[in-house]
Write a new protein. Structure first.
Ligand code: ADP
Length: 205
């Protein structure tokens, strides 16, 4: 049986990436995955990383906990699904660690790359789609939701993260950037075109 294809959505909170990830997973009959928190261990790590304001991990601890979440996710969910022939669409993957802990927190990106390689066994998405949007638009779209530990960091942090995603996309031929400022329909059309072009897959309505 052929291996499934692996697709990641990345972007700042409020960019619209989760909306696209769930739509695409449905249209491809793929496993919808997300990070952090898509395993039993991961759910506990997500709580510590995003919702427990008293845990206060250092930047290095934060990066390693994100990597631990990914290691568990890759080995127990993503690899088995891909091996069974099912496509996997994940809401965040390595790109988020590089953007948030690398560009945002200022950790050494070469070291992070090594940590991520260890955590994932070298698995990388066939296609990474960055849904890019202005900080202000993202903030407006996120109103009403309680900001988590990373979301409540200052705008300059999120500006570095956004710029980080764009820098990573420029350096990787398997990454594409979609303008998330567009209407939902326009974003969906651009995302579907990128998937058709890079993976040869049609996202059904
Ligand atoms: P993220 O996963 O990046 O945090 P979501 O996909 O959860 O973002 O979207 C945040 C909010 O913005 C949701 O209410 C969603 O319906 C809305 N939204 C997403 N994409 C768009 C868009 N292109 N135009 C307008 N609203 C959008």
């Amino acid at each position: 049986m052929a291996t499934g294809r692996f697709l990641a959505f990345e972007g700042i909170d409020g960019s619209g990436k989760s909306t696209q990830a769930s739509r695409v997973a449905k249209g491809l009959e793929a496993r919808l995955a997300f990070e952090p928190g898509d395993t039993v261990l991961g759910a506990a790590l997500r709580e510590l990383l995003l919702h427990d304001f008293s845990s206060d991990p250092t930047s290095v601890a934060e990066a390693l906990l994100m990597a631990a979440d990914r290691a568990q996710h890759v080995e127990t969910v993503i690899v088995p699904e891909l091996a069974s022939g099912r496509h996997v669409v994940t809401d965040r993957f390595n790109g988020s660690t590089l953007a948030y802990q690398g560009f945002g927190r200022g950790l050494d990106r070469n070291v992070l790359e090594q940590v991520l390689s260890f955590a994932t066994g070298g698995l990388t998405p066939d296609l990474t789609i960055v849904v890019d949007c202005d900080l202000e638009t993202a903030r407006e779209r996120s109103t009403g939701l309680k900001a988590d530990r990373l979301e409540q960091l200052d705008p300059s942090f999120h500006a570095r993260v956004r710029a980080g995603f764009l820098t990573l996309a420029e350096a990787n031929s398997s990454w594409v950037v979609i303008n998330g400022e567009q209407s939902l329909h326009e974003v969906a059309t651009a995302v579907n075109a990128a998937i058709a072009h890079h993976l040869g897959l049609e996202v059904k309505e």
